[in-house]
Design a protein around this ligand. Sequence first.
Ligand code: SAM
Length: 281
Amino acid sequence: MVKPKKSLGQHFLSDRRIARRIVEAVSPSGRDAIIEIGPGEGALTRQLLDDCGFLVCIEIDRELVERLRGSIEAKNLSVIEGDALQVNWGDIIEAAKRGWSEHVGEEHAGEDVGPVVRLVANLPYYISTPLIQILIRQPMVEMTLMLQREVVDRIIASPGGREYGYFSVLVQYYCEAQELFEVSPSAFRPPPKVKSAVIRLRKRATPIVSVQSEKSFFALVRAAFAQRRKTIHNNLKAAASALGFDSIAAEPFLKANIDPKRRAETLSIAEFAALHSALFE
Ligand code: SAM
């Protein structure tokens, strides 16, 4: 057993039933090219390998990379030493597809569809938010992630709640989010201080709303939530120059049928899109 490194967020899943439940939720098949981030000692890796077409693992810890390479002999596995925040995701997805084609492609010859690219991770909590911001933009069908309970709450939050914010809008814009189950700290070695939950993010074929520019849309949403106690109008006024305006009048709010005295946390994603279009188009 490896001594867990706190600095790398290492909490290894020691409860086999939970590992089984995660893999059952993923339900891997020969059609899948799966990418696993942070395989650690391989709690999920070994089970995923049994049924998927090809598996690419990205692990930052060299000691664990060497252990995995030395302990698992499988032709449908590639272990990459790297930092999931820094790797080129286009290259990783291509490597997963290529591995799938070389390994099981022949079995699917004649079918006109390639592999289904999916991602699985029991994520180190310290990188989960920045990493999710990268992952949701990648061409993958689905992600099954173990996250800190409160990050899951923020992702699935609806307007009106305390948890609803920029991150909820961002993730829900690209993905359908579904919480699967909660996991207690006792399922890990060592136990983390917080509860965890497993979530499924399914990439939408097209974002939930149509906006002319994602850049200015997310800048607007971020500015709207800057100070949660302020009205949306006051937050946007404070960010006017950063958003490219001299000032923000009440008119776009009227046009979008949104009371400027509302707070950002009460606006649905469709209302943010309407406000964005009234302001920028
Ligand atoms: N999947 C294993 C399990 O369920 O037991 C390990 C989970 S542990 C919470 C997180 C894993 O991610 C560790 O193996 C850690 O070394 C790895 N890790 C941490 N930071 C990483 C990064 N930036 N990129 C890739 N892997 C990372």
